[in-house]
Ligand binder design. Structure first.
Ligand SMILES: Cc1cc2nc3c(=O)[nH]c(=O)nc-3n(C[C@H](O)[C@H](O)[C@H](O)COP(=O)(O)OP(=O)(O)OC[C@H]3O[C@@H](n4cnc5c(N)ncnc54)[C@H](O)[C@@H]3O)c2cc1C
Length: 380
């Protein structure tokens, strides 16, 4: 297999892990085409020259996993800090703790419930709407958490996030909404969590540090595909509709806009991630990156801070696709592209774009490790 020619499209976690495995385990060479001027995909980060603050260019990325194989694998390339993610949300001029927990419930209802009192109270709230067969996302959410919590924290946030009324979204999008009747405000429940000690940039540098890996930046697959040898193996982590010239029609996505600002103050919001649950502001959250690295004292205590407002946007061809819109129509369309890809034994579709599915970083790494194992088994 060392003589095989491998071409990878994209340097996000899927492409980078595949490149690392193929070069280190098979001794083969890999060329990666990356349309952006940097590696790392959406998990990329850089150090701001002025402040030394590590900025996550495509929005906050916190690593969390309960998959032992992934944790063991990724720790070969980085140590992690002990950062624990907490999210706050602004609603009606007040700051509440997320996901909904006993602090949130007591604050919204102006109560002092114990856990069992809160459970009993919420059950009665849910029963008030009598929604045994919810027909859409709104009804489903109310059947899970009751109307007041839904209207305060889910309704308008979802409207901004998906650009439509929750009544127009299918009930199946959510199976559960995390509601805790304890004071646990940890955002993630995974066994392991943190951010890479020296940053995502350093992590990707190490993953891709093999003389057998060549990366061509500012280079789209579309611009080189006709020059590749017919026998080459292609691992493609871009959009499947673009790969097949949109022959079945374009897939739909949700896009994002990031608005950056450096402020002359040490601390803007006192936390890394503040959600905005109401419609009076168009953004869904503000990231303040220095809070991801309180252990880096010079940057943390610097008299400046960097914030980034995240605005959900309608996707148009040419803008960045961030979230797949997994409704019935799009899923059907995707399966046509997936079937088309399966006809070509040289081609593997992978990653969050290639598989038209939202994956956290750990699931993406796991998918890449499993894809590599399958490739070996099938003697590709
Ligand atoms: C706003 C946001 C926040 C997130 N936060 C978290 C988090 O906190 N924790 C977590 O675990 N996960 C988080 N994620 C998910 C995480 O970003 C993904 O799991 C991860 O990026 C998936 O890696 P990937 O390789 O599949 O895709 P990507 O990282 O998107 O990489 C794909 C790469 O392929 C390149 N590419 C695409 N098409 C072409 C082409 N035709 N030619 C050449 N190059 C191409 C792109 O430029 C890109 O670099 C978040 C995602 C978003 C959108």
């Amino acid at each position: 297999m060392a003589n095989e020619q491998f071409f990878i499209v994209g340097t996000g976690f899927f492409g980078a892990v595949m490149a690392e495995r193929i070069t280190s385990q098979l001794g083969a060479s890999v060329t990666i085409f990356e349309k952006r001027p940097h590696f790392g995909g959406n998990s990329y980060s850089y150090l701001d020259r002025d402040t030394g603050i590590e900025c996550h260019k495509y929005g906050s990325h916190i690593f969390h996993t309960s998959i032992p194989k992934v944790w063991k694998y990724i720790n070969q390339f980085t140590d992690f800090t002990s950062y624990r993610h907490h999210v706050l949300t602004k609603h009606a001029g007040q700051v509440f703790a997320m996901p909904i927990n006993l602090f949130t419930i007591n604050q919204l209802y102006q109560k002092n419930f114990t856990p069992s009192e809160a459970q009993e109270f919420l059950a009665a709230e849910i029963a008030r709407d009598k929604l045994s067969a919810p027909k859409n996302l709104e009804e489903k959410a109310i059947s899970l958490i009751g109307r007041p919590l839904y209207e305060a924290f889910i309704k308008n946030y979802t409207k901004k996030q998906w650009g439509c009324d929750p009544k127009e979204l299918p009930a199946e999008i959510i199976t559960r909404l995390p509601v805790r009747t304890s004071y646990n405000t940890n955002y993630f429940a995974d066994t392991w969590q943190g951010v890479p000690k020296d940053g995502y940039f350093a992590l990707f540098q190490k993953l891709l540090d093999n003389p057998k890996i060549t990366i061509k930046y500012n280079c789209t697959y579309e611009s080189v595909k006709n020059e590749l040898p017919k026998s080459a193996k292609i691992i493609y982590t871009g959009m499947p509709d673009a790969l097949f010239d949109y022959k079945f029609g374009p897939l739909n996505w949700r896009s994002l806009k990031f608005e950056w600002e450096t402020l002359d103050m040490q601390d803007y919001q006192g936390t890394a991630s503040m959600n905005y649950a109401d419609l009076d502001v168009a953004y869904t959250r503000i990231h303040e990156f220095k809070h991801y690295n309180p252990e880096r004292l010079a940057a943390f205590n610097c008299p400046k801070t960097i914030i980034c407002r995240e605005y959900p946007e309608t996707y148009q061809l040419g803008t960045e696709p961030y979230y797949p819109i997994n409704n019935e129509e799009n899923n059907k369309l995707y399966s046509l592209y997936a079937e088309e890809a399966q006809k070509d034994p040289r081609l593997i579709l992978g990653g969050r774009l290639g598989q038209y599915k939202y994956f956290d970083m750990d699931k993406t790494i796991n998918n890449a490790l499993e894809t590599f194992d399958k490739m070996l088994k099938n003697n590709l």
